[in-house]
Design a protein around this ligand. Structure first.
Ligand code: NAP
Length: 349
């Protein structure tokens, strides 16, 4: 399939370009960015920050404006657009009959737009059928969650299925790549921790509750647990870590019962053979010093969820640490996996 990338010059856009090299189903056909970049060769428009060579096939491509008419040859687009512009541009593409698989926050809470993690809520793709951008249903939007809601909701899913989540307290330790490029000033973050990330905390609860919703016809029945989140920026490069303490509705007898919830959990997409799906979604680390972003964020091509420090809590019921690669599992890689699921389900053809 021929794909376009909107926001192709940004941090997430570059990750799309890197991850799509050699993809068995998808080939990059068109790249779009702002009018600052449009008309330039990609090599001149983008400040390439990936630690592999800029692919030859991309270097000389001319960056386009993010106008649907300039993307008529693609089957769908991935969007890594800045959220200040993603709302209007993504809507224009959907209206033009070009499906959008987005990383931006603009449509995540729209009642007809799936907020999708294939292993967690693959059935939410049914919501696409209720979208009204085009009469024939050819244009639609699917989003992936914020890079904290991704590891959080994956880490909670087996607990929620078995015990039910009643309340959460969490603190994030978020890598600098999560702020895009150029992101946080080096003098602010080197040797330092910043105990606030603008706009981050209010997204965590609503996105996690939407991801853990059950679909009743075309209505999402959302769980109601409160989330007390503190978002911090730390001087790591990739891999967002979260320290979580959860109160559960049904009380586990002991920590072994909680471990069994993870071990017995059935991955709903394990038989689909999606190229970007990790073989093992959960890596449950036994060593108390693990997981660590620098050591583990790239495991399983950055698509694995790392869990550690699983223990009974003195306040609430269980405490643990969750970690995943923020620009792969939490952004571009997650969006590619979404597209693969949408191919298997017949929405992309
Ligand atoms: P970024 O590095 O700032 O890149 C933003 C992209 O948007 C650039 O390609 C930029 O093009 C383009 N853009 C800006 N204004 C535009 C306009 N008026 N018209 C068309 N294109 C325009 O940001 P990022 O970190 O890649 O994040 C991109 C999106 O993904 C954001 O919505 C972000 O919230 C989301 N996200 C990021 C992460 C992460 O870990 N970084 C994780 C999950 C989700 P120019 O180069 O031409 O300006």
């Amino acid at each position: 399939m021929k794909v376009g990338i909107l926001g192709a010059t940004g941090a997430v856009g570059q990750k799309f370009i890197r991850l799509l090299q050699g993809h068995p189903w998808f080939e990059i056909e068109a790249l779009g960015a702002s009018e600052r970049s449009a008309g330039k060769k990609y090599k001149d428009a983008a400040n390439w920050i990936e630690d592999v060579q800029l692919p030859l096939s991309i270097k000389e491509m001319t960056v386009k404006n993010c106008e649907p008419s300039e993307f008529s040859e693609v089957d769908f687009v991935f969007s890594g657009l800045d959220s200040s512009v993603a709302g209007d541009i993504e809507k224009a593409f959907a209206i033009a009959g070009i499906p959008v698989i987005s990383n931006a926050r603009n449509y995540r809470q729209h009642p007809t737009v799936p907020l999708l993690i294939p292993e967690i809520n693959p059935d939410h793709t049914e919501l696409i059928k209720t979208q009204t951008f085009t009469e024939d249903g050819s244009g639609w939007i699917v989003t992936n969650p914020n890079c904290v809601a991704v590891p959080l909701s994956i880490s909670l899913k087996p607990l929620h299925d078995v015990f039910g989540i009643e309340a959460l307290i969490l603190t994030t330790l978020q890598a600098v790549s999560g702020a895009g490029y150029p992101g946080v000033a080096s003098l602010d973050i080197l040797g330092n921790v910043i105990p606030f990330i603008s706009g981050e905390e209010p997204k965590v609860g609503p996105e996690t509750r939407k991801l853990l919703s059950t679909l009743d016809g075309t209505n999402l029945i959302k769980p109601e647990f409160p989330v007390q989140a503190t978002a911090t920026r730390v001087p790591t490069i990739n891999g967002h870590m979260i320290s979580v303490t959860a109160k559960l509705k049904d009380k586990p007898k002991n920590i072994e019962e909680i471990k069994r919830a993870y071990m017995n959990w059935q991955n709903p997409i394990s038989d689909l053979d999606l190229p970007f799906a990790p073989k093992e979604l959960y890596k449950l680390h036994q060593e108390e010093k693990y997981p660590q972003p620098r050591l583990h964020a790239d495991w399983e091509n950055g698509m694995q969820l790392h869990l550690g420090r699983l223990r009974e809590a003195e306040v609430f019921d269980v405490s643990f640490v969750a970690m995943a690669h923020n620009t792969i599992r939490g952004a571009a890689g997650g969006a590619i996996l979404n597209a693969e699921l949408l191919v298997k389900k017949g929405f992309l053809k």
